[in-house]
Design a protein around this ligand. Structure first.
Ligand code: HEM
Length: 384
């Protein structure tokens, strides 16, 4: 056999081995692992709906959500079955809902790093054949966002050429500064800068908008609280975050087989903390759990929860909880104070109550609040 032929055989062999390895990894992830988890949980009495190859229970979940999204509901704050109808399935092949407070605390505190956040896994998406039109569109958008952030970074870098250390004192400026850190160990890449910008924008913007929207809805219904809000903002914001948490689920992955009470949970199981369902639970909150009663927070969150912070989770809990908690709350308070100083509002009869989740919880058709009267500080009252 000539050298050329040997090289071709070698290349084909390597390619074959590589594809075979990818195929085994793929099967392990989408078939073997879910089947193993399902089996282990079933033996402990936790049943999962039938697992289908590649899709798991996704089809049922999407159908239930689609059906629910299309239907408005009465003007009640008990939005759990409407917003998360699939949670009535209990568990899917690789995920289990955990709402017992002691388990929630264990998982979220993640002391021995057994329950990390599940980072997105691009492995399956990388298989070109499985890409949908949405995936392609989302890739284009991702590239657009990335280019726009890089353009801003380049502007800062040009400014730096003119004046040393002039990246700016804002968040982006601080990130670009670390990108140029003299200590290579501390330096972050441009990709890291872009990722951090995207995380902070999404995690910070969408959530605060969701909180503000739901609070305006609640104040539009319970107009008497608008006057009280001018004096006592925290109670209202906490009650809004309880009834309508912007982030309704907190997923964590089980790194190594773990014990949760009497259950032994296999590695790679996704545990989902159902924030919304915990917040609305009448056994935890009492019979008025689904009503708007800001007074329950009159002595703070700790008192309202009997010092059990695992039952109030709008910002998560533990070391990976929201880093923007104070910033987000202050932002929301400033926006609300500005609105309340200038306007009084009601809820429009045209409002359709149809809460849905698109990244964060939100009203499907927006919240319409006619701005009734203007608050006149000099007259200490409303003017027409
Ligand atoms: C009302 C406003 C907000 C709510 C309800 C909220 C809620 C949350 C929740 C539930 C998490 C996940 C915690 C977990 O998995 O345990 C989170 C994470 C995060 N939030 Fe917020 N957030 C808000 C505002 C903000 C703001 C204003 C910023 C930034 C300026 C921000 C930045 C982040 C970041 C970076 C993370 C990821 C933390 C990590 O993974 O370690 N959030 N937020």
């Amino acid at each position: 056999m000539g050298t050329m032929q040997t090289s071709i055989v070698f290349l084909c062999g390597t390619l074959f081995l590589y594809l075979f390895f990818i195929f085994i990894k793929f099967l392990h992830k989408v078939w073997w692992t879910p089947i193993q988890i399902q089996q282990a949980m079933r033996l402990q009495g936790i049943k999962h709906p039938f697992y289908r190859f590649l899709y798991g229970s996704t089809k049922e979940i999407l159908n239930m959500r689609k059906e629910s999204n299309g239907k408005p509901m009465e003007l009640s704050h008990y939005i759990f079955p409407k917003i998360q109808p699939h949670c009535t399935l209990g568990s899917t092949s690789v995920s289990s809902l955990v709402s017992e407070a002691e388990f929630v605390k264990d998982i979220m505190n993640n002391k021995d790093k057994s329950y990390p956040k599940n980072e997105p896994d691009g492995f399956i998406k990388k298989l070109w054949l499985l890409r949908s039109a949405d995936d392609i569109e989302s890739k284009k958008l991702k590239q657009g966002i990335c280019k726009s952030i890089i353009r801003t970074i380049v502007k800062r870098e040009k400014a730096m050429n003119v004046k040393v250390d002039s990246f700016g004192n804002d968040f982006l400026g601080l990130l670009v500064k670390v990108n140029y850190d003299a200590d290579e160990g501390k330096r972050i890449t441009v990709d890291d800068v872009v990722d951090e910008c995207k995380t902070f924008y999404t995690a910070g913007h969408e959530t605060t908008i969701s909180l503000l929207t739901w609070t305006v809805l609640l104040l539009g219904i319970h107009t008497d609280w608008q006057e009280k809000a001018r004096q006592e903002m925290n109670m209202i914001i906490n009650e809004s975050l309880r009834l309508y948490p912007p982030v309704v689920l907190l997923p964590r992955i089980v790194k190594h087989e773990a014990k949760l009470g009497k259950f032994s949970v296999p590695a790679n199981t996704t545990l989902v903390i159902p924030t919304l369902s915990i917040h609305h639970d009448t056994q935890i909150r009492g019979e008025d759990a689904q009503q708007f009663k800001p007074k329950r927070y009159s002595e703070g969150v700790a008192k309202a929860t009997n010092n059990n912070l695992a039952v109030f989770l709008p910002f998560g809990l533990g070391p990976r909880s929201c880093v923007g908690l104070k910033f987000g709350l202050n932002e929301a308070k400033i926006a609300l104070i500005m609105m309340l100083q200038r306007y009084a509002f009601t809820l429009s009869p045209a409002y359709i109550h149809s809460p849905i989740v698109m990244l964060t919880s939100r009203p499907q058709h927006g919240v319409q609040n006619p701005l009734a009267d203007k608050w006149d500080e000099n007259k200490d009252g409303y003017v027409a």
